[in-house]
Design a protein around this ligand. Sequence first.
Ligand SMILES: *[C@@H]1O[C@H](CO)[C@@H](O)[C@H](O)[C@H]1NC(C)=O
Ligand SMILES: *[C@@H]1O[C@H](CO)[C@@H](O)[C@H](O)[C@H]1NC(C)=O
Length: 182
Amino acid sequence: MANSNMAIVAILLASLASAQDLTDPGGSGVCGHAGLKEHQELPSKCDIDEYVGSHVIFEDDFTRVWNFTLLPGEMTSMHIHNYDYSFLASEPSKLAVWGGDGKYLFSFDATGTMSFVVSGEVLQPANGVDLPWTVPRIHAAKNVGTGIYRELLFESKTTTNKTSDEVKTMKKAFGMTTKSEL
Ligand SMILES: *[C@@H]1O[C@H](CO)[C@@H](O)[C@H](O)[C@H]1NC(C)=O
Ligand SMILES: *[C@@H]1O[C@H](CO)[C@@H](O)[C@H](O)[C@H]1NC(C)=O
């Protein structure tokens, strides 16, 4: 027990030490291809950053929360997801998605909530959801709808890349129990 506690503390410290400061008031950049049409390939590659939303609005050892706004026609930076995450689209729109190689991938109605788990170089939809496309961890999205797009995005810092047994052990170490264990 004491050993697993220490392992968890070490993991937490390691992830804190490598965390990038994403509280820059400038927020995320853009993958700068203003006239880019849905289905077109990017004319040149974009730099890859770790801005998975517009601004970090809350962060602790467990979670990072982002606000995320795209005006009609606005595009995100080309970014990588290092953490499992969920998003809640509070003002839905249609988004088009490009991969890090510049290839157009798919468009979708970003609405409701969705969760993804980091799995190698792709993001697997969580909770048994089946998507018709593969979502790479590196991508950029453009609001190709007519209205403003807003979402809140929640990154799960401690459960990413962990098996459910490892998550269970970690929760125990923190004295957290799930309903089924009560
Ligand atoms: C997102 O958060 C930043 C930083 O707190 C704030 O400046 C910005 O106005 C927020 N944007 C939206 C759309 O909520
Ligand atoms: C999860 O694993 C991927 C490699 O599969 C790595 O690139 C990423 O940084 C890891 N994330 C965390 C939070 O450890």
